[in-house]
Every structure is written in C-alpha cells, then in structure tokens.
Design a protein around this ligand. Sequence first.
Ligand code: SF4
Length: 344
Amino acid sequence: MNKKDIVSLSFDELKIEMESIGEKAFRAKQIYEWLHVKLADSFEEMTNLSKALREKLDSEYRIPLVKMVDRQISRIDGTNKFLFQMEDGHVVESVLMRYKHGNSVCISSQVGCRMGCKFCASTIGGLERNLLPSEMVREIYQIQKISGERVANVVVMGSGEPLDNYDNFVRFVQLLSDEHGLHISQRNITVSTCGIVPNMKRLADEQLQITLALSLHGSTQEKRKMLMPIANKYELPEVLEACDYYFEKTGRRITFEYSLVHGVNDTDEDAKELIELLKVRNCHLNLIPVNPIKERNFEKPSRKSAENFKNKLEKNGINVTIRREMGSDIDGACGQLRRRFVEK
Ligand code: SF4
C-alpha cells in the first residue's frame, strides 16, 4: 500500500484525516506539533500518543525521509552546506548562512532543474523530479535540528525553479508559516524565479507576503536570451510587467538578482541599460559575482570591477548591494556538492 505523506498535510487536512481514521480531532494538534515543531523523524518518537495509535499511523502514513549524507562547514564564516538524501536516493543541497540578523537557510525545490541557465551547475543533468512540500520543509527542519539553532529566514534559491513546482511550493510556504508549526513569517521567506510569467502572476494573486526575487542576469532581451533559455519563452518586458503586478498586488518590493559574468554582462553599456530598467521601479538589485563552474568557462569579475558596476547604479539612485560571498572555501557554486556526490 502507498502510504500517505503526512507532513505535506495542512493542519485542517490533518484534522479531517484523523477523524477519517476514527481518532479525535485534537490528536491532529499533537501530531502536527510533533511533525512541525518538535521536528520528529518517526512516529516512534511521539511519546504522548498510545503505542496502538503510533502503530496505526505508521501503517497508513509516512514521514518522507530527508537524511543528511554530507556536511561541509566553512572555516571563514561558519556557513554550512548540507547534502540531503531522499527516500528514492536522490540528493539535494541546502545551505545555512549565519548573519548578524539571524540564520538564513537556502533550500532546493527540485532535484536538478530543467531551466538550463548557462551559469548554473544545478541544471547540467536536467530535472530529475519535483520535491514534495514535506521534503522542502524537512530540509529546514533537519538543519534546525542538526545545528541546534533557530532558522529566521528562508530563501528558495537552491537547485530547481520553485515556480516550475508551483503547487508544492505554495503549500510549502503555507506549512512553514502556519501558526501551529515553525511559524516563520512570510516576510522572511524569499522565492527566486527565472521568470515563469504566468506563475509569477498566479503567485501575486495568492497574496502571500513573501519576497519575489527575479533572476534578471541580463539588461536586454538579447543578453538575457544568451544566459537563460527561459527568455525565449517570456520576453523581458512581460517578465518586468509580471514583477510590477506582484508589487501592485502584495506591496512587496521586488529583488532583482544579477549574476555578474566578466565580459558578458558587466560592461558600461550593461550598467546603463540596467539603470533604465530599474530606476522606474521600487526594487532592490543584488549583484552576484558569478562562481566559476568547471563545466562552463565563465569568468568572475574582479572585486574592483564589481564595485565599479555597483557605483554606477548607485549614483543613479538604484538600491544595490553586492552579495557577500558565503562559504567560499567549501564547494563554491550552488549545485557543485551534489554534482560531486552524483559523479562519485
Ligand atoms: S539558476 Fe535556478 S532556474 Fe536557472 S538552471 Fe539554475 S536552478 Fe534552474
């Protein structure tokens, strides 16, 4: 029998589920707490439930496995990179970054990715499968358990395109921010998309309070197309219009992510075009000096040239930061830890 994934159920669904197996609805509160607050890995641990109920739960439901198989800790800044294995053997990366304002976790939303962005290691083997809502929350739960530290912020920017796994992603946000669970504020959750226009609009209509980050990476349609195949499907003006729609609906300022690739998108002309695009928008621009990947031959700009690029934008009133590089001594680019594991 295919056991049901109990962790992906909302609080209300769990109540209905308990009633359907002849249990009192209040059991749902206890079980939800075990799953989403005490972060239990098995029904065995749920010691305030009778042994008979634990056995019944175990025969009908499953807590999807998310098991740490590798962990690297940066000596420079304490960043932790985790490799988690799922029930079917697939592995994904998650990262814990320590900032003054609290711990931030970056999680994966798919095993691999089919979007094909040229600067990204996660897409090299294509998409294997979508992650379940339960697997996404459990990446965070495992990190909180292993590190013994509270997670304050979550970014969905690891492997995968979250809006290509739309329903599971939205459910993940609801589980994570549910008052009966870890109750992480939606304002502390950021989702990064390469620009799937219909789903950006759908997400705006959900009226969640999460931050939308658009992977822009090119200041014109042509440049974007060179780096991101998705730009062949959705042209830059419609992607920007979807960003504006998101801002209108939610009041949340958009973050634009821009990977700086030396000689490709970091010229004076790029800066000028970027200023034209962004000066009319209430937004934040995050510059990311690209990490070299052994399978691609992109070069990282020097610190000085990245600073120059930033200054040009700042002088024109754009709110801009260069993303601080975290954990540079541990398998730099995102997706590389997984690729090494898979290759082995
Ligand atoms: S950058 Fe994101 S959307 Fe693009 S290929 Fe990599 S994981 Fe997929």
